[in-house]
Design a protein around this ligand. Structure first.
Ligand code: GLN
Length: 188
């Protein structure tokens, strides 16, 4: 099995390392081209800057191929900026992929200097949650399951093959959220 990490901008190396740490037999592949996308069984859209990622996805001609793969059932996980790209509604902006029935508000946890580590339950596992200029999920659709909350607000959600987190599990030493995603992709 191959798992891709969209490698245009953001925390790519950290995700690739985490995937390999769960299972060395899984190929951890940086994805920049349509061919690389076609070779993976699941995709992580990392954190970074969503406006930059939108531009680069357009210029690398990846918008339609990624959207089609996700609509066809490929497991995808958006962290932070990745969540913004997947959301159906983004406050004050045009949404991008519009595949996940949530509303988000960018930078709602404050500026870079307000970054913090919270903790809480993710699918019955107690984990640390690293927030870096994170988006806040302000509405969750009926078909969306909340996997984790922080301070009464959803911070990890899932809708079928789509998972998204406001926080950054790849910035910790705990690979259990990656393990969860890999199990969505059919293997641990
Ligand atoms: N603030 C970024 C944005 O709005 C997201 C931050 C992140 O991915 N760590 O796109």
């Amino acid at each position: 099995m191959n798992i891709g990490v969209l490698a245009l901008q953001g925390s790519v190396a950290e995700h690739l390392k985490m995937i390999s740490s769960v299972n060395k037999k899984i190929g951890a592949i940086p994805v920049r081209t349509i061919d690389e996308l076609a070779s993976v069984d699941g995709l992580i859209i990392p954190g970074g800057e969503s406006t930059t990622l939108r531009r680069l996805l357009d210029s690398f001609k990846l918008y339609t191929p990624i959207k089609e793969r996700i609509m066809a059932g490929m497991p995808v996980w958006g962290t932070c900026a990745g969540l913004i790209l997947l959301a159906n509604r983004v406050e004050g902006e045009t949404p991008y992929l519009s595949l996940l029935d949530v509303d988000v508000k960018r930078n709602a946890y404050g500026r870079q200097i307000d970054s913090f580590v919270g903790e809480g339950d993710f699918d019955n596992m107690y984990i640390n949650m690293v927030f870096i200029r994170a988006p806040k999920i302000t509405r969750v659709g009926d078909d969306v399951t909340v996997l984790a909350e922080y301070d009464g607000t959803p911070v990890a959600v899932r809708q079928d093959n789509i998972m998204a987190t406001s926080f950054h599990p790849e910035m910790t030493r705990d690979n259990r959220v990656h393990k969860y995603f890999l199990s969505m992709c059919g293997k641990e």
